[in-house]
Each structure stands twice: as structure tokens, then as C-alpha cells.
Write a protein that binds this ligand. Structure first.
Ligand SMILES: Cc1cc2nc3c(=O)[nH]c(=O)nc-3n(C[C@H](O)[C@H](O)[C@H](O)COP(=O)(O)OP(=O)(O)OC[C@H]3O[C@@H](n4cnc5c(N)ncnc54)[C@H](O)[C@@H]3O)c2cc1C
Length: 522
């Protein structure tokens, strides 16, 4: 009998663990090497949503969808810079892979009710049905103790299961019994599947080199210890490397969401063996805020403000006190606008930017980690007039007063004459405010508040160029590097500019991780 193929997976997020499960299910002998002491990477503290077009859960809710429509939608967002062939494979394979994950693991998918594509009005866009998440599953404490804890707790139930909000006793019960959903649940569920299939998982092992023989990748080395096999690089993005961020991203990015292990190790290792790179200027952008002294694995933690800017009674202004966007667009497109450069004074006036809101907004919705019921913390600017708030923040007060007055006049007329705030399907969904007049609620209830925001990202999305089997391509265009695969944020995301909808990052990470595992195993 032939010996099983050996596959070495580097990284244990959605991409790495789905590659591990697929390769083991296909009969390979698989080892996962993870640099951190706990599993899961950024996936473990994510919302765990996956963007999967033409899936059966959406179909069951009456959504008519197809891979062709999904590709047309991605094309509409690509701005001419996306990998059509690889994106096409994603659109055709996504639903199958998602069903395979269900088949091999305790994960059970469902739609996030009513979740629209971010640009649902575009050709091929859908008003709901493509963003899935898992139902909570009893994974067990022994499993969850190996998964990175969520610095933003709340992932113990799916959005569907949690319509009524958190009940403290239920939270305690779920914690005790190891019931989890969202990002930690996805990692835990894939870990259960990997363990059952005999995958060896080692943590605290940072891979630093690819081993080659005659231009073929034959294994990895970690601190001099070698391990042979086909290699899947699933090391996440490079957002924690200042050198790579400055070297590649299209604009300033000083608020990365991830932990310190996300310094582009996979990218560097791939480049050293002659890999092509792509989509390097892009990231999954988000406005970010930080609180002094709040750390993740010893480095500054950044809160990504996913929808905080969108709620009624708040606006976003630059450091000159001017509004510059519809605050209700998705976080990635909002943060992308922070990169505006002014030639007249050689500055990025939107770095930092500020969320400005009134007491009504503060009392109704979270601001980052701050619950409406929490007392005002030090990091929140507060004043009884807009003028004093501007002084406290350090932005021109006359301009901020003019901006707020103008915005309040739009409220009175019921239309945002500058940016058309709140008019899209996604805007209405993310604020859960259907009435456009309510969406434009004025800022008129003192005290007023401000939060400093910098351009951040959930992760970068450029990396090693792959084909439809997730095989890493050679820089000279001569085809794949035998033995080397990449998936997730370690690879060049084929969507280019696009962040198509909720789950737009873990969806392709899981799908190409799976395809890499399947191909590497045979
Ligand atoms: C608050 C928040 C919410 C989010 N919500 C969502 C969501 O709902 N849906 C969505 O699609 N996206 C979401 N994201 C983004 C998403 O989490 C990431 O884009 C995705 O998880 C990346 O998956 P990955 O497998 O590529 O990498 P990761 O999950 O980051 O895993 C990479 C792993 O590789 C390890 N590693 C790195 N270098 C080495 C090395 N040299 N040797 C060994 N191991 C190494 C890292 O330690 C890490 O564990 C969210 C992000 C944040 C911060």
C-alpha cells in the first residue's frame, strides 16, 4: 500500500483548518503548525460570517442566485483589478465547500437573516441570502480552551439565536458547557473535525523557511526543525508588519485588528522561493479606535468600528471638521475614504477622523466596546456644546459648528444633499432604521461626544498569487510552484478591491483553504 501523502499546514485560522480537514478527509497525513500558543488567528475573534453565493440555505429562503450572477456582482466591484478566473472558481465552488464543511464537522450553517450584499443594488447583487453563519454548537471546554479567546466577547450564539439580547445566566451556562458560535465556533468546529480525522496540531511553532529541492517545495523548517510534505501557507495577513504596510498598502493604516503573529511570514517565505504576489495595496479596511493600555498578546489592541459610524445621531468628520462620506456605507468602503491626500498642505486630513454624536446616539447604541449603560470613559471626548467639543478634540470649532448645522438642516429636509446618507439597502439593514428621516436624526441633544478614529483593517488581503486549486504561482508566469499552496489572507485575494458582503473574507479563506487541502492531498 502506498504511504499517505504528507501535508503541512502553516497557520490555524479558517484557511488553515479547512485545508487541514480537506486534506485529511482526502487521505493525507496532516500536520498544522501554529505560531501562537492558541488556535484560530483572527478568525477566532471574528464574527464568523461567510459570504457564499448560490448556497442552499439562501435558496430555501427563496433567494434565486447563481455563480454567474455572483461573478457579475464581483466584476462590478473589482474596478478592473481582480482575478476573474480565480473569482469564478470561488463562485462555482463556494456552496460545495460549505456543504463539505458541514458534512465533516459539527458546524451547521444558516443565513444571517436579512443580511444584504454591501452593494446589493449593483448588477448581480442580492438583498439577502449570501451571508451565512453557524448555529451555536456544543464543542466542549477541552476544544474551546485550545482556541484563542475573543477579546470582544459575545460569540456564544448566532445572531438568529440571540434576537432577544444576552441573558447573563444563559451566557454563563454556554461558557460552562463550551457552547460557541461565530468565529470561535468556526475554529472550534473545524478543530473538532481535524482532530477526528487524525490531524496533528502543534502550537507555539513559528515556521520560518520553505524547504526546496530542484525548485519544488518539499517541506518547511521551524527554528531548524524540518518537516517534509506539500505545504499550505495560511499565515494570515501582514498588517502587523510596519515595513510591509508602508511598503505595499495604498494609504496609511495604523489600526490593525490582529495579533502580533500577523507579520506576513507566509508572504516572505513565498517570495523567497520565487512566488508571484498580487492585490498588495488592498486590505479589509475598517475605521479603528484604541484604548491606551488595552493589549492583545502584548501589543496594542484595536477595536474595529464595524457599524458604529452608521447610527442616527452621529456623523464622521475629518481633522478639519468636515464631513466626507455617507457614514452608513460598509466599514471597508468608509475607511477606504480615509486615504484622501491633500496636495495643498501635504497631508492626510482624514487621519485621524472623528465620530461625533449627541447624547441620544450615545444612549442608544454602543461606541466600540462602550455600552450605552457604561459611564463615560477617559477616551471619549465630551462637551456641552459642539464648539467646546471641537476645542477638546483639537479641530477648528467654527468649521465643526457649520458642519453640524448643515447636517441638521439635511435632517429637517429629510435628505442628505451631500452624500445621500442612508439610502442603500445595506445602510437600512446595518442600522435597522428603515425610515430615512430617522436615519438623518439631527445632533441636537447635549452633551456631545467624539471618538478618535484611524484607518484600520481587519487584515490585509494581498499575498501570494494562486490559481483555482490554490497553487502558488511563479513570479515569472511559468505556472505553479510544485508543492506550494496558499489560502486566506496569506494569498492574493481574487476579489481585488471588492468587499462583497458580510463574510467576504472568511468565505474565500475557507473555500480556497479547502481546495488547497484537497489538491495537496493527492
Ligand atoms: C472583530 C473582527 C470581526 C470580523 N468578522 C468577520 C466576519 O464576520 N466575516 C469575515 O469574513 N471576516 C471577518 N473578519 C476578518 C477575518 O477574521 C479574517 O480576514 C480571517 O479570519 C482571516 O483568516 P485566515 O485563515 O487567512 O487567517 P487567520 O485567521 O488570521 O489565521 C492565520 C494564522 O496563522 C498564524 N501564523 C502566522 N505566521 C505563522 C508562522 N510563521 N508559522 C505558523 N503560524 C503562523 C497566525 O498566528 C494565525 O493564527 C473579522 C475581523 C475582526 C478583527
Amino acid at each position: 500500500m502506498a504511504a499517505a501523502r504528507r501535508v503541512v499546514i502553516v497557520g490555524s485560522g479558517a484557511a488553515g483548518l479547512s485545508a487541514a480537514v480537506a486534506a485529511a478527509a482526502a487521505g493525507a497525513s496532516v500536520t498544522v503548525l501554529e505560531a501562537a500558543n492558541l488556535l484560530g488567528g483572527t478568525t477566532a475573534f471574528s464574527g464568523g460570517g461567510i459570504w457564499i453565493p448560490a448556497n442552499r440555505w439562501g435558496r430555501a429562503e427563496g433567494i434565486d442566485d447563481s455563480p454567474e450572477e455572483a461573478l457579475r456582482y464581483l466584476t462590478s466591484l473589482g474596478l478592473g483589478d481582480f482575478d476573474r478566473d480565480v473569482a469564478d472558481v470561488f463562485c462555482r465552488q463556494a456552496a460545495r465547500v460549505t456543504e463539505c464543511v458541514e458534512d465533516k464537522s459539527p458546524i451547521r450553517w444558516n443565513t444571517i437573516e436579512g443580511y444584504p450584499d454591501y452593494n446589493a443594488e449593483n448588477e448581480g447583487g442580492k438583498p439577502r441570502g449570501r451571508t451565512l453563519e453557524m448555529d451555536s454548537a456544543a464543542l466542549g471546554r477541552d476544544v474551546l480552551d485550545r482556541v484563542r479567546p475573543d477579546p470582544f466577547p459575545g460569540g456564544i450564539a448566532s445572531r438568529r439565536e440571540n434576537r432577544e439580547g444576552w441573558d447573563a445566566r444563559e451566557i454563563a451556562r454556554r461558557r460552562r458547557e463550551g457552547i460557541e458560535a461565530r468565529g470561535r465556533g468556526v475554529v472550534g468546529g473545524l478543530f473538532v473535525a481535524a482532530r477526528e480525522l487524525g490531524v496533528e496540531i502543534r502550537t507555539g511553532v513559528r515556521v520560518d523557511k520553505l524547504l526546496t529541492s530542484n525548485d519544488v517545495v518539499v517541506g518547511v523548517s521551524a527554528g531548524g526543525n524540518e518537516m517534509l510534505g506539500h505545504v499550505v501557507l495560511a499565515t494570515g495577513g501582514f498588517e502587523r508588519s510596519t515595513a510591509l504596510v508602508n511598503g505595499f498598502l495604498r494609504g496609511p493604516m495604523t489600526g490593525p485588528a490582529s495579533a502580533p503573529t500577523h507579520v506576513g511570514d507566509g508572504l516572505r517565505m513565498g517570495m523567497r522561493v520565487g512566488a508571484a504576489i498580487g492585490n498588495m495595496t488592498e486590505a479589509w479596511w475598517s475605521p479603528a479606535m484604541s484604548i491606551e493600555g488595552e493589549l492583545i498578546d502584548g501589543v496594542q489592541l484595536y477595536h474595529q468600528l464595524m457599524r458604529d459610524c452608521a447610527f442616527p445621531g452621529g456623523i464622521v468628520v475629518d481633522s478639519r471638521g468636515q464631513r466626507f462620506a455617507d457614514e452608513t456605507v460598509n466599514k471597508s468602503d468608509l475607511a477606504r475614504t480615509f486615504h484622501d491626500f491633500r496636495a495643498d498642505d501635504y497631508s492626510f486630513p482624514r487621519v485621524p477622523s472623528y465620530l461625533i454624536c449627541d447624547a441620544g446616539r450615545r444612549a442608544s447604541w454602543n461606541i466600540g466596546p462602550l455600552d450605552p449603560a457604561d459611564p463615560d470613559p477617559d477616551w471619549l471626548f465630551k462637551a456641552h456644546t459642539i464648539e467646546d467639543l471641537a476645542r477638546a478634540v483639537g479641530i477648528p470649532s467654527a468649521q465643526l459648528c457649520t458642519t453640524v448645522e448643515r447636517y441638521n438642516s439635511y435632517s429637517a429636509r429629510g435628505v442628505d444633499e451631500e452624500f445621500g446618507r442612508g439610502s442603500t439597502i445595506f445602510s437600512k439593514f446595518q442600522t435597522a432604521v428603515a425610515d430615512p428621516r430617522e436615519q438623518l436624526r439631527p445632533l441636537n441633544q447635549p452633551p456631545f461626544y467624539a471618538v478618535r478614529m484611524v484607518p484600520g483593517c481587519l487584515a490585509t488581503k494581498g499575498g501570494l498569487r494562486i490559481d483555482g486549486y490554490a497553487r502558488v504561482q511563479r513570479v515569472d508566469g511559468s505556472g505553479p510552484i510544485p508543492g506550494l499552496y496558499a489560502a486566506g489572507n496569506a494569498s492574493a485575494n481574487p476579489f481585488g478591491y471588492a468587499y462583497p458582503g458580510g463574510g467576504g473574507t472568511i468565505g474565500p479563506a475557507m473555500v480556497f483553504g479547502w481546495l488547497a487541502g484537497e489538491h495537496a492531498a493527492v
